[in-house]
Design a protein around this ligand. Structure first.
Ligand code: NCD
Length: 306
């Protein structure tokens, strides 16, 4: 019997395994029809204890386009969590019904607890302010597709680097590739956590921390914008003070390279002005499309179908 595999953190897959996953996503993109029955008879459960639009629907469309079916809940209050059921018990139940599960939870580590009790593959679809590995797979595939390779560029990550789980997963994942320079752009209150800068120092990876975006804009090959994570703030005053700290507009874009790409995991609030959406450098909606292909590839891989 094949070993049960989960996706909790992007580092769960080696760089070579990720290459295979991205190649598979590329094949799927070129031949959707050819993959449309690969998951016939299989069921994906989406267990979302926290709000989501893209991630949940992206998983569901991924499974539907592979010929499978989906079930689940989009709100903790409509599940037995509201009656006090533990994640460990819920996943035991889900394991009887579905072939694979994508789980989002406000508590860091909850999907790992689920994975430890599960008899089906579990995918971490975001756990609190910790990790969001499938967004990272999306980001890596987008960068690889737009830039041609994963490595040899300067990436600026801007906004809420403290609570933004997509940022944490992406930095860890990119730290395995050569020639990447990180520029962290945030207010002092929202700096990237120490455990991440410590990891970069230990690996001898180049990074810089700045407050002003304008100062570094011209150096960037990628600008990864993020939303200030309102739901993770302890008081509303701090959120209101920091929420509009960065607003990417035409003026700031005039300082950027013609070849720079703007990425954003979405949802966007105010941090990217809508006037930027038609700029050819705005890649955030294309990024959503890559997210579907890579989730299709991940489902196939974890089910051992490809
Ligand atoms: C992100 C998340 O949930 O962490 N959204 C997403 O899944 N694309 C980013 C965010 O909510 O700001």
């Amino acid at each position: 019997m094949k070993k049960l595999r989960h996706m909790m953190n992007p580092l769960d897959f080696s760089v070579e395994e990720l290459e295979r996953l991205f190649d598979l996503a590329g094949n799927i993109e070129r031949d959707m029809e050819g993959y449309s029955h690969k998951c016939d008879g299989r069921i994906l459960a989406t267990c979302f204890y926290e709000p989501s639009t893209r991630t949940r629907l992206s998983f569901e469309t991924a499974m539907l386009r592979l010929g499978g079916k989906c079930m689940g809940f989009a709100d903790a209050n409509s599940s037995s969590a509201a009656k006090g059921e533990s994640v460990a018990d819920t996943i035991r139940v889900i394991s009887c019904f579905a072939d694979i599960c994508a789980m989002r939870h406000p508590k860091e580590g909850a999907p790992m607890v689920a994975a430890s009790k599960s008899t089906i593959p579990v995918i971490n679809a975001g756990d609190g302010g910790h990790q969001h590995p499938t967004q990272t797979l999306t980001d890596l595939l987008t960068i690889r597709s737009l830039y041609g390779k994963l490595g040899g560029f300067t990436i600026g990550l801007c906004g809420d680097l403290k609570f933004g789980r997509t940022v944490h997963s992406l930095i860890e994942a990119l730290s395995r590739y050569e020639g990447i320079r990180f520029i962290f752009i945030s207010p002092n209150e929202l700096k990237v956590p120490d455990y991440i800068t410590e990891m970069l120092r230990q690996k001898g990876i180049d990074y810089e921390e700045v407050v002003r975006l304008e100062e570094v804009m011209s150096q960037l090959d990628f600008l990864y914008m993020t939303r200030v994570q309102k739901e993770r703030f302890f008081n509303e005053e701090d959120y209101i003070r920091l929420k509009d700290f960065y607003i990417l507009n035409k003026e700031k874009m005039a300082l950027a390279k013609e070849s720079m790409y703007i990425l954003h995991p979405l949802p966007r609030v105010n941090e990217i002005s809508v006037e930027i959406d038609d700029d050819p450098r705005a890649a955030y909606f294309r990024q959503v499309q890559y997210g579907m292909y890579v989730r299709m590839a991940l489902i196939l891989t974890l089910l051992g179908i490809e």
